[in-house]
Design a protein. Sequence first.
Length: 478
Amino acid sequence: MDNKVISHKKEGVLARLYQDVFGSEAKMDKLPGAGSDRIYWRMRSSDGPDVMGTYGPDRVENECFVALSRVFKEAGVNTPSIYKADLEEGVYIQEDLGREDLLSLLKSENRMELSMRALKELVKIQTVDKDKWGECVIHQPFSRRLVMWDLNYFKYCFLKPAGILFNEEELENDFEKLSADLAEGQPELKGFMYRDFQSRNIMIKDGTPWLIDFQGGREGPVIYDAVSFTGQVKAGFTKEEQDILMEYYIKEYSSASGCSEEKLRASVKPMRLFRTLQVLGAYGFRGLVEKKAHFIESLPGALLNLNGLIEEGVLDSYPELKEVAERCVASHFADTDDEGRLKVKVFSFSYKKGYPEDLSGNGGGFMFDCRGMHNPGRYDEYKPLTGLDEPVRVFLEERGEVQKFVEKAIDIVSPSIETYLRRGFRNLQVGFGCTGGRHRSVYCAERFGEKIKQQFPEAEVILIHREQGIERKVQNNV
């Protein structure tokens, strides 16, 4: 059924629910989409209260949210009241908590106070007796299997698309060790795991936090939620602020549950590592796979968090994962580009393996085919070498082809670089391809990148030899 038809039909059902509960006709304003399949309306009338009307296509998820809302409301947690639901139609009307979420207030002066209040509310929902919510949740408890799913998400959706090299078997060994360390913790560290506790899911009404979107909850390690909240890239908490908030949470949870503060503290660092890898997997999928620029731009913040964990020694027990993490934070994905300079990425690649991906979200660029030049790879003495080696350079330059090829490429690309610099553009991609991505393309990319840096020193030039796993920034030595 067409989305407009569905929306119109559900508006009618919600209007009926409002009439049934409050005895008046509601005016309905459909809200913009928020990234899920659910549709929201703000409903109001002269005689009744403002409420939120919600339609969700997943009946099981709707049943879970409605049931959990009632359980937590009865337990004294600040969750929205559900006034009435028609689960056959997939709709319900709930308390309107206003328009301000915590994320929108994290630049205000009282950001730490509001965050502490949110963590206090988190403790309340986490310590509700399992007998009350256990049969309402629809997701399996946190387990080694779930950890491995997310770790492999990091591997396949970030490491592989980003071209980060790793030893598959050794990395899998580290994943298994980390999953055991996380999932086989003490029972007293487990409770209601919110799963999606972040600042945009915390509404602020009259200075008080209210919790929404907890239908993804399950039984699991409670520290996961506190780590997710304090480490959220968009929240922008400094390392010092993260530590202050985490210590506040630990004391609050210990006081409410009787759990040892020491055990809670010991569980923080491995969970921060897991959560960071999980976030990189999500950003990788949305950014590197689906090509959504917003998520690519979020990668430097997540990689900054990963670098902090490396420096703290959190990865020392996982040697291959540590090496992989070091490659991640040394890659161009970690560049914050704070200066707003034009970034020119120059690739060498093999046509057999396809064109280099554009990971900037910008699109476009230049691709030059080097296969028309004589190939050193035909000769046994050059096969193990690359265009970075002196014998290959001499072989190519003696024929005089590559110098003209590179100069013409510079003539074609230079006007665009001049325009990009003048207009404040941020990304340009240039590729040189050949059969194996080993000799001609590597030589041409090197010479091109060096000459472009000399000609445009204000630009940042990054050389990426994709098939060799080599990446470096070009320095201007003139």
